[in-house]
Design a protein around this ligand. Structure first.
Ligand SMILES: [Ca+2]
Ligand SMILES: [Ca+2]
Ligand SMILES: [Ca+2]
Length: 294
């Protein structure tokens, strides 16, 4: 499939060259290696799309899916983003001022990355998403392939806000903005929280929440089989699973700081390490005693 992928990448590059300088700064699903994208959304009142009290924001984090996947399992790996300045600042301020301090705790966020190339191959389509569950709920390969329409939201936003002028920019949208730009009505129906009702888990949480992060891909070409769902984390106790205290975390604060953190190895030796140390010491003692002829 490597050759196939290269051909596809070449075709994409050729098209971009033909159509002049590309404004698109967010790498979406067709890039084969999408960037991490932060979504924020606030729905006022009882409707996500009416009342003129709804807003969403989309921030291009400028970090690629493949780099993120490579960092999975690396103890102590972390990254952080300041959303209050540079190409992000205007969108951050617009969204926070619109919502107001009293309702800031109702803003929800998720982080995603998309790759839909080789859609019909096992392990072809790949997605990263926050989902604050320790065990991912049932998710079939068919549902996962349905994530494909999430890319319409990225395409629709790629010429808006500072995405148009900066490698890693930001934009905000309201229900009155062009179709698909608003997180609450992507592709004209449903909402972004559950990726058009396909993720089977809620991928957004309120600001301040430490969210788990997941790598999702198709397990096989069987439509009915369960998708492969891999949590980001570090297997600190080497039991082959990511359990309590071992999950990587995405967190966005009301101050505009987004962090991703892998758990790090504890500097304090664990019980079995102490036991080994003691065993070593007592063995040394025996050797010393034997040499001394005690
Ligand atoms: Ca509303
Ligand atoms: Ca970018
Ligand atoms: Ca473990």
């Amino acid at each position: 499939m490597k050759i196939n992928f290269r051909l596809k990448a070449f075709a994409v590059a050729a098209i971009a060259t033909l159509s002049g300088p590309a404004l698109a700064a967010m790498d979406g699903a067709m890039s084969g290696n999408g960037e991490l994208l932060l979504n924020m959304r606030y729905y006022g009142g009882s409707s996500a799309t009416s009342g003129d009290d709804d807003i969403s924001g989309l921030f291009d984090l400028g970090f690629k899916m493949n780099d993120m996947v490579a960092a999975n399992g690396q103890a102590g790996f972390s990254k952080s983003w300041d959303l209050t300045s540079g190409a992000y600042g205007a969108s951050w301020n617009q969204l926070m001022n619109f919502v107001g301090p009293a309702n800031a705790h109702l803003i929800r966020f998720n982080v995603i990355a998309l790759d839909t190339t080789d859609l019909n191959d096992a392990g072809g389509p790949r997605y990263l998403t926050t989902a604050n569950v320790d065990t991912y709920p049932k998710l079939g390969n068919t549902n996962l392939k349905g994530f494909v329409n999430m890319d319409k939201y990225i395409e629709a936003n790629n010429s808006r806000g500072t995405h148009a002028t900066d490698d890693n920019g930001a934009s905000v949208a309201m229900p009155t903005d062009p179709s698909n730009t608003f997180f609450g009505a992507i592709n004209g129906f449903g909402q972004g929280d559950t990726w058009l009702q396909k993720t089977t888990a809620d991928t957004t949480q309120p600001l301040g929440t430490e969210q788990n992060f997941w790598f999702l891909t198709t397990s096989s070409t069987s439509a009915l089989a369960q998708a492969t769902k891999t949590p980001f984390g570090v297997d600190l106790n080497h039991d082959g699973n990511i359990g309590e205290g071992e999950f990587s975390k995405f967190k966005l604060t009301e101050n505009g700081v987004l962090t991703f953190t892998n758990p790090s190895v504890s500097p304090i030796p664990e019980a079995d390490t102490w036991a080994m140390l003691l065993a070593g010491l007592s063995m040394l003692g025996m050797i010393v005693r034997r040499r001394a002829g005690v």
